[in-house]
Design a protein around this ligand. Structure first.
Ligand code: FES
Length: 258
């Protein structure tokens, strides 16, 4: 385990206040709240934003990039789009001198050893298999199942968006429509009428989203199930950048955001 390193004096930070310090080559956000000091990595686990530049409110720091919130006492991620904690470190105050000792990833945040590091899901979006596409109940010939009603009517943006609700973010388990990742859907006629080429503008919650290739593949697969689709093009656009307010109310409910 690393040693305590002197980083500042207690008079260097107002109460409440924050300060960026360096410990063993790592950038650490140091906080002073209600006469106590706390230290966490100055790294937002969503996409690496610097936390110390964010708004500090009580024991919560908000990432200035997309608004994820972290508990400065434990490093716990409190709100989307971050779902993993950032590392919390040990702080010691002696004779007005503040020292920080870095903790290792996986050793648990200070004061909250039971807080786990969430694991990335190993499987990506959940798409129905061919067999699962088949209705489980027997419908009368005049009665369309929900799946049939999506694949046997004229293609429209609403139908494409409905199909895309089958594609789920593998980390958040919320579909990409409710996450607000789909910016635009457009059509152009294919040579084999009445089929259509479908173009989809899609964003990611962060430019380095590791689930990107899987989400693109699942998006194409979901839309290709419609009989009027010739092919599907997915363009990744990062402008305007995604923010949590693009989510639907359903998406917010699923993630417990109010
Ligand atoms: S980088 Fe912090 S919320 Fe996106």
């Amino acid at each position: 385990m690393s040693q305590f390193v002197h980083v500042a004096s207690t008079t260097d930070i107002p109460d409440p206040g924050k300060l960026l310090v360096e410990v063993d080559g790592e950038m650490i956000a140091l906080f002073h709240v209600d006469k106590s000091f706390y230290a966490i990595d100055d790294v937002c686990t969503h996409d690496g934003g610097p936390l110390v530049d964010g708004e500090l409110k009580d024991y919560t720091i908000a990432c200035p990039r997309h608004g994820a919130k972290f508990d400065i006492r434990t490093g716990a991620a409190l709100s989307m789009p971050a779902i993993r904690p950032t590392l919390a470190h040990d702080v010691k105050v002696e004779d007005g001198a503040i020292s920080v000792r870095l903790r290792e990833a996986g050793s648990g945040p200070s004061g909250n050893p039971s807080s786990p590091t969430p694991q990335r899901a190993t499987t990506a979006s959940v798409l129905p298999t061919q067999a699962a596409d088949k209705p489980e109940t027997i419908a009368s010939p005049d009665e369309k199942t929900p799946t049939e009603s999506l694949t046997s009517t004229t293609l429209s943006e609403d139908i494409v968006r409905e199909l895309l609700k089958q594609v789920k973010d593998p980390e958040l388990f919320v579909n990409i429509i409710d996450l607000g990742l789909i910016y635009n859907v457009s059509f152009s006629p294919a040579s084999e009428n009445p089929k259509q080429h479908v173009s989809i503008d899609m964003t990611m919650t962060s430019p380095a989203c590791p689930a990107g290739p899987q989400l693109i593949a699942d998006t194409k697969r979901a839309v290709n199930t419609h009989e009027a689709v010739e092919d599907v093009e997915v363009r990744i656009v990062m402008e305007p950048p995604w923010t949590p307010d693009r989510m639907t109310d359903d998406g917010r409910d699923q993630l417990g955001i109010f």
